[in-house]
Each structure stands twice: as structure tokens, then as C-alpha cells.
Design a protein around this ligand. Structure first.
Ligand SMILES: *[C@@H]1O[C@H](CO)[C@@H](O)[C@H](O)[C@H]1NC(C)=O
Length: 290
């Protein structure tokens, strides 16, 4: 009897330590969490700023009407996922977004659409249902069009980073979304994801520069590295004693960076802080704009 209880406890302990089960309901609720966030982001800003506010801010006159369409797509994604999940569907939270005018709203829109793309790209591997994989691919394609439109037509910068996009882990995505989420209904199903401590690069950091990072080392004592996620690759650079790192010269476009205790492969298990989003805008010759 006693040993049976111990065995049960041991199994339970192992269950706690094992990697979380990421089933299709969890992935869809994770996607819905992000779609609720985007939906609230657009409906809030569009209620605040009329067309004149957009043109006064120097944005193209057509841009507000297109942002309305983008917002309608996010609402449609929310409705679609909510219907698919039925009574398991997570509900909207309350949010806080740091834009202060249409220009900073458009900049944040580019960031959020980009994170949406990395989220769907990174979560694809967890979807087992082929039907839901098709749905996710269809949403991903639309989010990527949003990201390219706002970057190219509104913000007048490069509409893509390169031939491949970054697949971020759900924990990395959760870390990027968490600062915008203020509180959620207690009835929402908990997601088995966590936010890593924040990592900050100095504003305006560029490839080739040696910069000082801000992050909390936590309990890590060994050597640390920055892993720069670009396309499907990771590039590594050592962090020196004074917390500085030299950004690899060859990076362009949007790069996601984490602090890792591993010099060659960054995973959730060895991530110390991050991700930080680095944007190295580049011209039509592929040269980073200084
Ligand atoms: C880094 O990760 C790789 C792959 O998981 C592993 O083989 C290697 O031992 C790790 N190195 C360190 C220093 O942890």
C-alpha cells in the first residue's frame, strides 16, 4: 500500500517536470489569445483616431480604411477560433498598448503582425489535426500580408526580412505578448506557457555595434550568449562580463534575440531572457539603413 502511494507520488512528480502537453485545443487557444489581443488593438486605436488624425500624422489617406479591414480580419479570426473551440474558447482580456498617436500605432501594428507570423510559424509543429493545420496556414498567410502591407505601404520600410521567417516558441511569443495583457477572466483556461525575463538592447542598435544589454541573469552563473534568430537560423555572440555583445554584421530585417546559456542551440530550456525584437531596416540593395 505504502509503496503504491509512493509510486503514485513519483509519477505525479514526473508529470510536473515533464514538458507540458501542447494539444490542439491548447494551440488553438494560444492562437485565440493572440487574435483577441490584435482585435482589441485595432478596435481601440480605430475608435480613437479618425481619418484626419491619420493624415495629420503623415500617414497615407487610404491607410485608416485598410486598418479597418485588418481589424475586421482579426475579428473574423477570433470568431472562427471561438466557434471551433466551443465552450473551451478563451475569452478576451484587458490590454494596454503603448501607442500615443497614429504613427506609433502603425509601428506597433507592424510589430504585432510580425509576432503573429512567428507565432503561427512556430506553433505549426504542435498541431496534429490536418484540418486545423490548414486553418492555421490560412490565418498565417493573411497575417503575413498584413505585416507586409503595414511595413511597405504605411511605414515605408522593407516589407519582409528575407527568404524565410522566424518560428518562435510559444514561450517566446508569450513573453512578447505578456506586457500588453493586463488581466484576464479567471475562467480562462490556463496556458502551459511562461514569459521569460525581459531583454533590452539600446534603442537604435545596429549590426556590427558593440552594445550593452539590460537583463536579469537570474540564477545563471556560467557563460552567456545572445542567440539572434534570423529566418530558420540562430547566430550566436558571447556576452562579456560588462553585459555587452557585438551584434553580428550580417543581420538584416526583423531579428529576435534571446540570452541563452548555450553557445550553439538556443531552446526554451536554456533561455535566460528575451526575446528582444531588433529591427534593421534595409534598402533595395540589402544594405542596413543607418
Ligand atoms: C548546447 O546544446 C547542445 C544541443 O542540445 C548540446 O549538445 C550541448 O552540450 C550544449 N552545450 C552546453 C554548453 O550546454
Amino acid at each position: 500500500m505504502k509503496s503504491a502511494v509512493l509510486t503514485t507520488l513519483a509519477v505525479a512528480a514526473l508529470g510536473v517536470m515533464a514538458a507540458p502537453v501542447i494539444d490542439d485545443v491548447t494551440v488553438l487557444n494560444f492562437a485565440l489569445t493572440l487574435e483577441h489581443l490584435e482585435n482589441a488593438f485595432y478596435s481601440g486605436a480605430l475608435a480613437k483616431y479618425d481619418e484626419k488624425a491619420f493624415t495629420d500624422a503623415g500617414l497615407p489617406s487610404f491607410s485608416r480604411a485598410r486598418f479597418v479591414e485588418v481589424g475586421q480580419h482579426e475579428q473574423a479570426h477570433v470568431d472562427f477560433l471561438t466557434k471551433a473551440l466551443g465552450d473551451k474558447a478563451t475569452k478576451p482580456c484587458t490590454y494596454s498598448f503603448p501607442y500615443t498617436d497614429p504613427k506609433s500605432f502603425a509601428a506597433l501594428s507592424q510589430t504585432l503582425e510580425g509576432v503573429g507570423v512567428t507565432a503561427y510559424t512556430g506553433a505549426a509543429q504542435y498541431i496534429t489535426s490536418k484540418k486545423y493545420l490548414t486553418v492555421a496556414a490560412s490565418v498565417l498567410a493573411t497575417e503575413a500580408r498584413h505585416a507586409s502591407w503595414v511595413a511597405g505601404a504605411v511605414n515605408k520600410v522593407n516589407p519582409w526580412s528575407g527568404a524565410l521567417d522566424v518560428p518562435l516558441s510559444p514561450n517566446d511569443v508569450f513573453s512578447l505578448a505578456a506586457p500588453f495583457i493586463k488581466s484576464c477572466p479567471s475562467s480562462n483556461p490556463p496556458l502551459p506557457f511562461k514569459a521569460f525575463p525581459t531583454l533590452e538592447f539600446p534603442t537604435g542598435s545596429k549590426p556590427g555595434q558593440k552594445v550593452i544589454l539590460k537583463f536579469d541573469k537570474g540564477s545563471s552563473t556560467g557563460d552567456l550568449f545572445v542567440a539572434f534568430f534570423t529566418g530558420l537560423s540562430q547566430e550566436f555572440a558571447p556576452i562579456t562580463k560588462d553585459n555587452s555583445v557585438t551584434i553580428p554584421q550580417d543581420l538584416v530585417g526583423t531579428v529576435y534575440a534571446v540570452v541563452s546559456s548555450n553557445a550553439t542551440v538556443a531552446t526554451d530550456d536554456n533561455t535566460v531572457a528575451g526575446p528582444a525584437i531588433l529591427t534593421f531596416n534595409f534598402d533595395t540593395k540589402g544594405m542596413v539603413i543607418q
